[in-house]
Design a binder for this molecule. Structure first.
Ligand code: SAH
Length: 358
C-alpha cells in the first residue's frame, strides 16, 4: 500500500470518526479520484484492459462511425471531438486517424481529471485541450463525443431494503486499520423517495443503485448536443434500470477484490443504467439509438472486413487481429456484456452499427 493510500484511508476514517458514517457514493468518489490521479491503471501491468487497448480496430470503427454521421448530417460547422475519460488516449488517436482518412480533422477536447493520464494523453496527442468537466468545453461547433468505460467509474448511491424500510448504504470502520476494512451497513435516513413504486416491496437485503453524478453529466452533455448539434457514443457495461442488484465491484491486478478494502488502490466500478441515460437524452430533445451489444455494433460497422484488410497488409499479425476481434465481439467475451447507446441531435442522421447487417 502506498503512503498516499494510507493517507486516503486515514482521511476517510477520520471523517467517519468526526461526522458519522459516509455514503457509498462519497467513498467511491474519493477512492476513484485518488486511484486515477495516482497511476495509469490500464494494460497488462496495470489493473484492467479496455477495448481500445485490445485493438486499434475499436477506435478506428468508432471514428469512422462518427465521421459517417457527420457527413450524412450535412457536414455542419467545424465539429469538435470530445472524449470523456480518455485513458491513455489510444481510442482518440485511432479514431482521429480514421476520421482523417474521411477528410475530417476536428479539434480535440478531453474531459480528464487524472494528471497522470493527462500526461500520457498529451504524449500521444500534443494539441489536445483538457477540461475538468463539461462546463469549459467550447459552446460552439457540433460535438462528436465518445465515452468508453467512463460512466462506470462515476460514483453510485446504493439504497438497501431493511426491516424498517429503505435506507442509504453507508460505511463505518477504518479506524485502527487505516485504509482498510470499511464495513457497509444501512444508514438511518429513510430513502423511500429514491425507490420507484414497482420496486418498493423488494425483499429485505435488496440493493438499488442510482448515480446522480452520471445523471448530471449525461444531462449536461445532452443539453450541449441539443444546443450545438452532434452525437455521443457511450459504451459501457450496464443494464436497463431501475433494477435491484449490487453491481459495485473492485478490480486490482486483473482480479476482483473487496470494494471496501485497499481504498484508492483498486478500480471501483458499477454497471451503468442505460435507461437513465436514454431518458435524460430524450428529456433534452435528443434522439436515442440503442443500446445494442458491442459485438453487434462492431460487426455491423465492419470489424471483420477491417481485420481482413489489416491482415493482408501485415500477414504476421493475422492471428492477433483475429483474436482481438473475437475478444471484442464474442458473446462470451466483451460482445454482449458491453453495450453502445447513441444520443444525437434530432436533425442529425442515425448512426450505423445499431441494426444487424447495417
Ligand atoms: N476510456 C478509456 C479509459 C477508461 S478508465 C479506455 O477505454 O481505455 C476511466 C477514465 O475516466 C480514466 O481516464 C479516468 O481518469 C477518467 N475519469 C474517471 N473519473 C472521472 C471524472 N470524474 N471526471 C473525469 N474523468 C474521469
Amino acid at each position: 500500500m502506498s503512503p498516499d493510500t494510507l493517507r486516503l484511508g486515514q482521511r476517510l476514517a477520520r471523517q467517519i470518526e468526526a461526522g458519522g458514517p459516509i455514503s457509498v457514493a462519497h467513498f467511491m468518489a474519493e477512492a476513484n479520484a485518488h486511484y486515477y490521479a495516482s497511476r495509469d491503471p490500464l494494460g497488462v501491468a496495470g489493473d484492467f484492459i479496455t477495448a481500445p487497448e485490445i485493438s486499434q480496430m475499436f477506435g478506428e470503427l468508432i471514428g469512422l462511425c462518427l465521421a459517417d454521421v457527420w457527413m450524412r448530417s450535412g457536414r455542419k460547422g467545424a465539429p469538435l471531438y470530445l472524449e470523456l475519460g480518455p485513458g491513455r488516449g489510444t481510442l482518440a488517436n485511432d479514431a482521429l486517424r480514421a476520421m482523417e482518412s474521411a477528410a475530417l480533422a476536428p479539434k480535440v477536447h478531453f474531459v480528464e481529471t487524472s494528471p497522470t493520464l493527462r500526461e500520457r494523453q498529451i504524449a500521444l496527442l500534443p494539441h489536445v485541450s483538457f477540461h475538468d468537466d463539461l462546463s469549459t468545453v467550447p459552446t460552439t461547433g457540433p460535438l462528436l463525443v465518445v465515452a468508453n468505460e467512463f460512466f462506470d467509474a462515476l460514483p453510485i448511491r446504493q439504497v438497501e431494503r431493511t426491516e424498517v424500510g429503505w435506507r442509504e448504504r453507508v460505511l463505518i470502520g477504518g479506524i485502527g486499520e487505516p485504509g482498510d476494512s470499511f464495513i457497509p451497513m444501512p444508514g438511518y435516513r429513510p430513502m423511500e423517495s429514491a425507490v420507484p413504486e414497482a420496486l418498493k416491496e423488494a425483499p429485505v437485503g435488496s440493493i438499488l443503485e442510482t448515480s446522480p453524478a452520471s445523471a448530471t453529466i449525461a444531462l449536461e452533455l445532452a443539453h450541449r448536443i441539443a444546443r450545438q448539434g452532434g452525437i455521443a457514443l457511450i459504451i459501457d457495461y450496464g443494464y436497463e434500470g431501475p433494477a435491484i442488484g449490487d453491481t459495485l465491484q473492485a478490480v486490482r491486478g486483473h482480479q476482483m477484490t473487496d470494494p471496501f478494502t485497499h481504498v484508492g488502490d483498486s478500480d471501483l466500478t458499477a454497471h451503468v443504467d442505460f435507461t437513465m441515460i436514454g431518458n435524460v437524452a430524450l428529456q433534452a430533445g435528443l434522439r436515442v439509438t440503442g443500446p445494442v451489444g458491442q459485438g453487434a455494433f462492431l460487426k455491423a460497422l465492419g470489424i471483420d472486413a477491417r481485420a481482413a484488410s489489416l491482415s493482408r497488409g501485415s500477414p504476421e499479425r493475422a492471428t492477433d487481429l483475429q483474436q482481438a476481434s473475437e475478444r471484442l465481439t464474442a458473446a462470451d467475451q466483451m460482445g454482449d456484456l458491453f453495450r453502445v447507446i447513441a444520443i444525437a441531435h434530432p436533425d442529425w442522421a442515425t448512426p450505423e452499427g445499431f441494426t444487424p447487417g447495417a
